[in-house]
Design a protein around this ligand. Structure first.
Ligand SMILES: [Zn+2]
Length: 359
């Protein structure tokens, strides 16, 4: 069985410029399974993942009444062992964990939340939309999940190999997460108490449905989750289990906002290293996605294309099932955006496959 990951690392492809990463901020990176102090009220944990993207960053924020943990790692024995060890040392021996805030429903962020809540007695905070999405996907049995993916892939024009791999794979979402009990809902505009004043919460749509970002405008510190990363481009795909939506359009909106922030923040992201260049990175990501839209329009200039054709254009390499999941979602999100922009028209034929042609 495979596993879900929430990013598609930039795949090499002739003619597609790789986005150069933005430089690291001058703060120490923790080693795998280790915690480092970033400020007197912020700690950073690097939690290993058994995927090509081999870690997720978790953070700990201190308030007057104790600690808030931001994200948890996937549900696995390795994650549990690391948490058991970390909880025996500072800051956890000095202050109680009061809250666990989950940025979004992807398994590397939410997976261990139920167990960590049980170990610590902390309450879990989440966006209602992200919580409901996680519940929906967790409760699907293997057949229901495979059926959902089957109709998605069929519409994309993927062949029999891709379709039969789905039945083998079943529900890859719930492999890496333990179902959550009660949570307290948080929303955009809410605040989270901190040691040096309140943190502000924002919700954004694009990489996931209603992702929480946490920032302190006075100190210009931003916990960006998976929406702004220094090296990889966050996967943008139509949401699973709900009607299609222009996720790339939403993400462009987010990136446009980030263009106004400037490059003097300390960004603590969900993966890779801390950095400062918010607006530079946002600008690079906008260019990257616009280049991909242009490639698809050029391809469609030769005739109608399916999502499979768009995948071949954007990701000209052999893809395993795991990579196919992300590449197909990403290709569809770009075509869907072009339809919303009235640059393309989508038509579904009697074979169930949707084809996109220039408007
Ligand atoms: Zn994610």
């Amino acid at each position: 069985m495979g596993s879900i990951l929430c990013h598609l690392p930039l795949l090499p492809h002739d003619g597609v410029p790789m986005i150069s990463p933005v430089p690291k901020a001058d703060i120490p990176n923790p080693a795998d399974g280790q915690i480092v102090m970033v400020k007197d009220d912020i700690w950073w944990i690097r939690m290993p993942l058994p995927f090509r993207l081999n870690h997720v960053n978790l953070y700990v924020l201190r308030a007057q009444d104790g600690l808030t943990v931001i994200d948890t790692g996937i549900y696995s024995k390795q994650t549990g062992d690391i948490w058991q060890r970390l909880l025996l040392a500072a800051p956890f021996t000095d202050y109680a964990i009061r809250r666990i805030l989950i940025t979004h429903h992807h398994p590397d962020h939410i997976g261990y939340a139920a167990d960590l809540a049980e170990m610590t007695g902390a309450e879990v905070l989440m966006s209602q939309i992200e919580y409901e999405k996680s519940n929906l996907l967790t409760k699907m049995d293997d057949d229901a999940f495979a059926n959902m993916m089957f109709s998605r892939y069929q519409g994309y024009g993927l062949g029999d190999d891709a379709l039969s791999a789905l039945t083998e794979r079943g529900n890859h979402y719930r492999e890496k997460i333990e179902e959550l009990g009660a949570v307290r809902y948080i929303a955009a505009g809410d605040t989270l108490s901190g040691l040096h004043g309140d943190w502000q919460l924002r919700c954004d749509r694009g990489h996931s449905d209603d992702h929480i970002g946490i920032y302190d405008p006075a100190r210009r510190i931003f916990l960006s989750g998976d929406f702004l990363l220094p090296r990889i481009t966050p996967n943008i795909a139509s949401p699973l289990g709900s009607s299609p939506d222009d996720m790339l359009g939403h993400y462009f909106g987010y990136l446009a906002d980030m263009l106004t922030w400037g490059d003097d923040w300390l960004v603590l992201p969900g993966h890779d290293w801390a950095f400062h260049a918010v607006s530079t990175r946002a600008g690079n990501l906008i260019t990257h996605h616009q280049d991909r839209l242009t490639q698809l329009l050029d391809r469609a200039d030769q005739g109608p294309i399916t999502v499979k054709d768009a995948m071949d254009t954007l990701f000209a390499m052999e893809l395993n099932e795991h990579e196919r999941y992300f590449a197909s979602g990403e290709a569809h999100a770009h075509l869907y955006h072009l339809v919303q922009q009235k640059a393309m028209i989508a038509e579904t034929a009697s074979d169930g496959v949707t084809r996109y042609h220039l408007a």
